[in-house]
Design a protein around this ligand. Structure first.
Ligand code: FEO
Length: 387
């Protein structure tokens, strides 16, 4: 039971999900995920979003504990993705007189998701800048299209200076997880919202006009102090700037020879004084973390064997993810391996050249089958070009 008081009238009623195998059908979440939901107990009672349907019962029980027999007036829906909107119908069944506050786009989606729900008769349509007064508290709605879906809004509660930020400032990991915010917030942001840097920048601009003292997101911890720190991280991520000076070596290897070259490059870079070198095996390490690291560091090295006249499949997948997330603004070096017709570097270079504002290190390293003495010299040169 997670229900707790955040201010004297605002309560957390969200739930942790540690049973989920893959979040959004693709992301491993070793420490689970939280679906956050809040209640504002004022003259009018407002519930801020629901939770994933798999956790509806626990959430409704948290809600009931806070309501203490009262009936809620409003359900505010900031985002229609099922991890937050999945329990709308269950809530309405329990509290049929509730009005649903959201925007036109969201109501359209609500009808798509819930065929049997009478949306029209309980919809309270709001748009940019509209204010919903609850008594002492009031919610001002600010649209945030594509942070992460087109219908997304955030809501600013004026009396407590709280921004209900929807997916923005969210993080993987259940609320009882003891871990630093950055790593799992970054992996969440880059993989889920990464493509939409410009809309996030637009939201940050709008948010900068508000006096925000607390951020209550839909996943992960409520941020109640040092907000400049988190906002600065979001500014870096959404403007595709490198967060850390360093090199990320992403390799994939069939028999270990390309891996040897990648590890050797790491050694050389460290010997030559590289500030930070991260390395990952694209077949065995978490792909979402690899994508995260590619965004995080200033330099990237792609190392792949040639396979069917192309790159190895895990490298192709990695590149596909980078492209779909709007990867840009980086320096990239290349290592290829090939026993008869090395092709991988050419393919990788073409792909990277198609992205915005990339600096490609043209002097590639070509391994023929296994790493040899002359390859070390080529790796040294690549390291020099990266530093
Ligand atoms: Fe957490 Fe876009 O849903």
């Amino acid at each position: 039971m997670m229900q707790k008081s955040l201010t004297d009238k605002i309560y957390y009623i969200g739930v942790d999900d540690k049973e989920i195998d893959l979040f959004e059908g693709q992301y491993v979440v070793p420490n689970g995920i939280s679906y956050n939901s809040y209640v504002i107990m004022d003259e009018k009672i407002a519930i801020m979003d629901t939770v994933d349907i798999h956790k509806a019962e626990e959430w409704l029980s948290n809600l009931k504990d806070v309501l203490k027999g009262k009936a809620p007036h409003y359900l505010v829906v900031l985002h229609m993705e099922p991890d937050h909107a999945g329990s709308i119908k269950k809530l309405v069944e329990q509290y049929p007189s509730i009005q649903i506050v959201s925007n036109q786009k969201a109501f359209q989606m609500m009808e798509q998701f819930f065929e049997d729900l009478d949306v029209a008769n309980r919809s309270y349509v709001v748009k940019e800048g509209d204010v919903l007064s609850l008594g002492e508290h009031s919610l001002t709605f600010v649209t945030a299209p594509m942070v992460h879906w087109p219908e997304v809004m955030v809501a600013y509660e004026k009396s407590q200076k709280i921004l209900f930020s929807a997916d923005a400032f969210g993080k993987f990991g259940a609320l009882d997880t003891e871990e630093e915010w950055d790593c799992e917030a970054r992996r969440y942001y880059i993989n889920i919202v990464g493509k939409y840097g410009a809309p996030v920048q637009a939201l940050l601009k709008k948010a900068s006009t508000l006096d925000i003292q607390k951020i209550f997101p839909l996943h992960g911890p409520m941020l109640v102090e040092n907000l400049a720190y988190y906002i600065n991280k979001y500014d870096i991520w959404s403007s595709y700037k490198a967060e850390d000076e360093g090199v990320f070596i992403a390799y994939t290897s069939i028999y270990g020879n390309t891996k040897k070259a990648a590890l050797q490059l790491k050694e050389i870079l460290l010997q030559k004084g590289a500030k930070k070198v991260a390395i990952a095996d694209l077949a065995r390490d978490d792909m979402a973390e690899c994508v995260e690291d590619a965004f995080r560091y200033s330099h990237l090295v792609l190392a792949s064997p040639t396979y069917d006249g192309d790159v190895f499949p895990y490298m192709a997948t990695f590149i596909h993810h980078l492209k779909s997330k709007n990867f840009q603004n980086k320096t990239v070096g290349f290592i290829e391996n090939g026993s008869w017709a090395p092709m991988a570097a050419l393919v990788m270079m073409k792909e990277m050249a198609s992205l915005k504002n990339m600096r490609l290190i043209e002097e590639k390293v070509t391994i023929k089958s296994a790493l040899k003495k002359q390859d070390i010299i080529a790796l040294e040169k690549l390291a020099d070009a990266l530093l």
